[in-house]
Design a protein around this ligand. Structure first.
Ligand code: HPA
Length: 279
């Protein structure tokens, strides 16, 4: 683990590269998961750089995850948009999959909105629903802060209020304005890449989870260590294992993600607009 981490550059190096790339100085960054990729098309004055040109940024593997960092105005508000993320299940270390968050913090981003695809556990949820994450359960069996302490940063990070109420409030306002029903719930993160068994889903429900996914939690933990304000939004792409009649498939996840693109773009654009008006 420490060896893996040592091969990564200092996040300041990536931040310096980002500074050379950026014309705006966005305080808001958005990470796009499945279902949210179309948001880049709503950026005004959009410019992009491939992750491969940003030292330390991970290669991304899953279809539907491009690996590009975009800059532009979303609803008039300067924003950095990360299209594509590396996942733990691809074999990357925790340090690798959270490196971009450290780079964003070093660059000067203050607020981070993470989006993802998730399986619905709450029986009221339907595929295509959007859920504001109000808390999480880390079921990945490890923690991105494990290992050497990052200089100048706390090791024992408080996660009592990991998800910022003000940012969450803006998302709720944006949803009302767009006429979108926004669910609220607890996101449980697993390693993947296999989907869960029905027995696991029943157990997770008892633990208090409303949705299950394979990302976001490591990024949230690192973002909180770096002092960023965080919000997270899940697209419920499928009912979790055992809750629907058929089998689960990645194709279903991508298909539902496709269907909600327009709603997701409208919501995030309105959120960014409200965010810009708050400053
Ligand atoms: N389980 C885990 N991760 C997921 C799911 C799921 O059902 N759907 C989308 N990501």
């Amino acid at each position: 683990m420490s060896r893996m981490r040592n091969v990564l550059p200092n996040p300041q190096v990536a931040a310096a590269r980002l500074r050379r790339f950026c014309r705006l100085r966005p305080r808001l960054a958005i990470v796009l998961g499945s279902g949210f990729q179309a948001v880049v098309r709503a950026l005004e004055g959009a410019r992009k750089v491939s992750y491969s040109r940003l030292p330390g940024f991970p290669p991304t593997g899953v279809s539907g995850h491009a690996g590009e960092l975009w800059e532009g105005r979303l609803g008039g508000t300067p924003a950095l948009v990360l299209s594509g993320r590396a996942h733990f299940y691809e074999g990357h270390s925790m340090a690798q999959i959270t490196f971009a968050v450290r780079a964003l913090a070093a660059f000067g981003v203050r607020d981070l909105l993470l989006t993802n695809a998730a399986g619905g556990i709450n029986p009221r949820f339907r595929p295509g629903d959007l859920m504001l994450v109000r808390d999480h359960i880390n079921f990945m069996g490890t923690n991105p802060l494990r290992g050497p302490v990052s200089p100048g940063l706390p090791q024992f990070v408080d996660l009592t209020c990991a998800y910022d109420p003000a940012l969450g409030g803006l998302l709720e306002r944006a949803a009302r304005r767009c006429g979108v029903r926004l669910r609220r719930g607890v996101y449980l993160a697993v390693c993947g890449p296999s989907y869960e068994t029905p027995a696991e889903i029943r157990a997770f429900r008892r633990l208090g989870a409303d949705a299950v996914g394979m990302s976001t939690v490591p990024e949230v933990i690192v973002a909180r260590q770096c002092g960023l304000r965080v919000a997270a939004l899940s697209c419920i792409t499928n009912l979790a294992a055992g809750l629907a009649r058929g089998a689960l498939s990645h194709a279903e996840v991508l298909e539902t993600g496709q269907k909600i693109q327009t709603v997701a773009v409208g919501l995030l654009k309105t959120f960014a607009e409200l965010y810009g008006g708050e400053k």
